[in-house]
Design a protein around this ligand. Structure first.
Ligand code: ZN
Length: 318
């Protein structure tokens, strides 16, 4: 039997697990809740027991598992597998690699979850094996991963790839969780898109979004994309603004990194072609013509599985 890999993606509410062979074929996937009580002390043993139970159920010898890859949020020393801080989970200076190897006796490798989502898309998703790839995830926040020459770019202290905190040159804008103002995240995340629309309501009294807001007391990014589909002027304006900032950030990143493919994932990317097409339009304006012509921009294809594919790739690659 081909050697197998275990891919794990630790999130604030669930841990996603999978068994994937070294060719990237997923054998099975499942989830367990993330037990964040007592500073996340139970998470490692929960994962170890769950993996061992699954191997027994599938009659897979432990020896045939080559390694475990784990994606985790927060700031990580990837060499030592230490999580400096993951606020949602409760870990602080947590030796994830060592703890997991102690618990299950299989070599374990750790990286940032956004980086591994990028790798997952490179290996088995929209990246189609591209060795130079940018991945931007538009969810509650804006995450990013940069792959150059087939390797994850970590930077000097593991902070590389924070695409969401590229900041508008005007320096005006809404406050961001990172402490700055006007970051890409404040205008291109689901939260940011809903906020932009809410702020513009008073200028577009006939917008259908006004009715939705009156009814629900709030707007979601999905409301905005649905309304944009129906050519609602307010919604079109907001989607256009988000696309402009994304096109600006990605165009300039592409000028520096010359990726083959840019993959756009996360909940917001489900808005579909209209968003991608608008991003492309602005991207072409900001990228050097040769780069604009040659860079492919596509929607992510792996959805929530990108992280476990990337984690399995990490275990294989290391
Ligand atoms: Zn920021």
């Amino acid at each position: 039997m081909d050697k197998l890999l275990v891919g794990v993606d630790i999130g604030g509410t669930t841990v996603k697990l999978s068994i994937i062979d070294i060719h990237g074929v997923m054998k099975t996937k499942w989830e367990i809740p993330t037990n964040t009580s007592e500073g996340g002390t139970f998470i490692v043993s929960d994962i170890a027991h769950s993996v061992e139970d699954k191997l027994i159920a599938l009659q897979i010898e432990k020896d045939s598992v080559q390694g475990i890859g784990i994606g985790a949020p927060g700031f990580i020393d990837v060499g030592k597998g230490i999580i400096f801080e993951a606020v949602n989970i409760g870990w602080k200076n947590f030796h994830l690699k060592d703890e997991m190897e102690k618990a299950i006796n299989i070599p374990t490798f750790v990286d940032n979850d956004a980086n591994l989502a990028a790798v997952g898309e490179m290996w088995q998703g929209a990246g189609h094996g591209a060795k130079n790839l940018l991945c931007v995830t538009l969810g509650t926040g804006v995450g990013g991963g940069i792959i150059a020459g087939g390797e994850i770019i970590h930077g000097e202290s593991g902070m590389a790839g924070e695409i969401g905190h590229i900041t508008s040159v005007t320096e005006n804008g809404a406050p961001c969780n990172c402490g700055k103002k006007g970051c890409l995240e404040t205008v291109a995340s689901a939260t940011g898109i809903a906020r932009l629309a809410t702020e513009l309501l008073s200028e577009y009294s006939s917008s259908t979004l006004q009715e939705i807001y009156n009814q629900n007391g709030t707007l979601t990014s999905k409301d905005v994309f649905d309304a944009a589909q129906e050519k609602d002027a307010l919604a079109v304006n907001v989607v256009n603004q988000s696309a402009k900032y994304l096109g600006f950030a990605l165009g300039n990143l592409a000028n520096a990194l010359n990726p083959e493919t840019i993959v756009i994932g996360g909940g917001v990317s489900k808005a579909g072609d209209s968003l991608i097409n608008s991003i492309k339009e602005y991207f072409n304006k900001y990228a050097i013509p040769k780069i604009a012509k040659e860079t492919v921009i596509r929607t992510a294809t792996l959805g929530n599985d990108a992280g476990v594919y990337g984690a399995a790739w990490l275990a294989k690659h290391k």
